[in-house]
Write a protein that binds this ligand. Sequence first.
Ligand code: GLN
Length: 538
Amino acid sequence: MGESVKHLFITGGVVSSLGKGITAASVALLLKQRGYNVFLQKLDPYLNVDPGTMSPYQHGEVYVTEDGAETDLDLGHYERFANVTCTKQSNYTTGRIYSAVIQRERMGGYLGGTVQVVPHVTDEIKNAILSCSDSGADIVITEIGGTAGDIESSPFLEALRQLRVELGPEKAVFLHLTLLPFLNASGELKTKPAQQSASIMRSIGIIPDVLICRTEVPMEEEHFKKLSLFCSVPRTAVIEERDVSDSIYEVPVELAKQGLDSLILKKFNLPENQLDLTEWEAMVSRAINPDCGEVRIAVVGKYMALRDAYKSVFEALSHGAVDQKLDLKIECIEAEDLQTGDLSEYFDGVDGILVPGGFGYRGLDGKIEAVKYARENNIPFFGICLGMQCVAIDAARNVAGLSDANSLEFDEDTPHPVISLMDEQKNVVNKGGTMRLGAFPCVLKDGSKAREAYGVSEVSERHRHRFEFNNEYREILDEAGLVLTGLSPDKSLVEVVERPDHKWFVAVQFHPEFKSRPLNPHPLFRSFVEAAFRGKRK
Ligand code: GLN
C-alpha cells in the first residue's frame, strides 16, 4: 500500500512568514478539486516535542486536531482550505523526531551502532513522511517550517534530498516559496534574494521544480526569465503569488489562474482532470462583496497584540459573516485594559462580545468584566473554554453573591471553586500533551440556542483544557440564571451553558473554532454573528 503515492514538498526561502502554510493549503484545495485525495503535513524544526507548551506570543495559536494533537496553526489553514482532517501524523517537530530516536536507542534499537543524524535522524524523518502514504491519499503535501539555510532545518532538507533519489522525480516534487522584495527608493522588484535562496537549495542537493514568488506588485516578463535562468527552473514553473487585498481565500483562485495545479500534476505524471472551484469562487465573491451590512464583534483576550494567537476564532467569525454577506469588523480588546473605568467606551457600537480560550491569571478580571457587561447590557455573547469558565465565575460572583468565587487555576484557596481541576487531571504532573485533548461528544438540551443552531442533539467538538465546571455549583449557578444546555453523554461534564433570558448568550467548554470551514461555517459562530447583526444597537 502507498506505493503509488506522490509527495509534494514545500520549502521556503529568504524570510519566514512568507505564507507557506496558505500556499500548501491552497495547492491542496486545487488538487482536491481536481479529484485527488490529499493529506497534509508540516515538519517544524524546533526542539519542543509539540507547540502545546509554547506561549501564543512565541508561536501563535495551538491548533488541536480531532485525535487530540496540539499542533502548528498552519494545520488550521490546511483543514479550512482543503476541508481535510489532520491527525497526529500531520505535525512533526525536531523534538518529536529526536525523542523517538533517543527512545529507540535506549531500548537497544540500534544495538552496536553509533547513532547519527545521517542516517538515523534522517531515517526517522523519512518514516514520518512516508507513513502518511497509509492515509489513503493520492498526494501527500509536506511543508517544511523555517527558511532554507537555517541550521535547524538542515536534517529535514537532507531527508528530502534522500527521498527525491529514493522515490524518483515523478513521485517527489519540490515547490520553493520565495520573496521578491520591492524597493521603494528605486521603484524596483528585486530577484536576487530569490536567486540566492534557490542557490542554497541547490547546495543542499535540491533543485526546486516550481518557484513561487511572493510579491506585492505584479512581476514583469524580465523577472520570470531571470528567475528561470538563475534558479534552473523552467519559465513556465515560475509562478507569481501576489498579495491579495480582501480575503486569503482568493489565493488558490489566483494560483489556479496561473496553472499551478496542472503544472504539479504534469510533474507527477497524473491526469489533470477538471478543476471545480464553483462553490469556492462563490464564497470568495461573498467575502469580497459583503453588501448585507456591517457587524462589529469585540474579542476580549490577553494576546491581542498578535492576531495569530486567535487565528481560528477570527477565521470562524469571518466564516459566519461571509456566509451572511456581512462586513465583519473585529475589535481586539486587551482584557487587562478592562479592569478600570467605564466599559461602555470600549464596547460602544459593538454588536457582539466574544471571550476566547486562554491560560493564566493575566487579564482574567477584564474577561469577567466583559462577560458581566454583555450580560447586563443584553449584548450577544459567546464564551469559549476559558471564556465559559469566566461566565461561571461572573454568575457566581456577580449574581449569586459568592464574591470570592474563582477557578482553582487562579486561586487554589478559593472558598468557591466554581471551576475545578478535572478528576483525570489530579495526578498529572507533566505539562506536555496531558490536557483533555481532542474530540469528545456532547448532548444538547432541546429548546436551547445551541440545539437550535446545530440542528442536531448530539455533537462532537475538540477540547483543550485541564479545568472544568464544578458540578457542586450546578444548582447555585442555575439559580443565578445559567442553564446547562450541553453535557457529556454520561452527564458528568458541563460542556455548554446559556442564559435563556438574554438575546444570545452561549458559552462552551470546547473549541468550536477548530471545526469551522469557509464553505461550512460553524453553526455556533454563524448563529452568534447572526444574533449580533440582528440585535444591532446602532
Ligand atoms: N485554562 C483553562 C483550562 O485549562 C482553559 C483552557 C482554554 O481556554 N483552552 O481549563
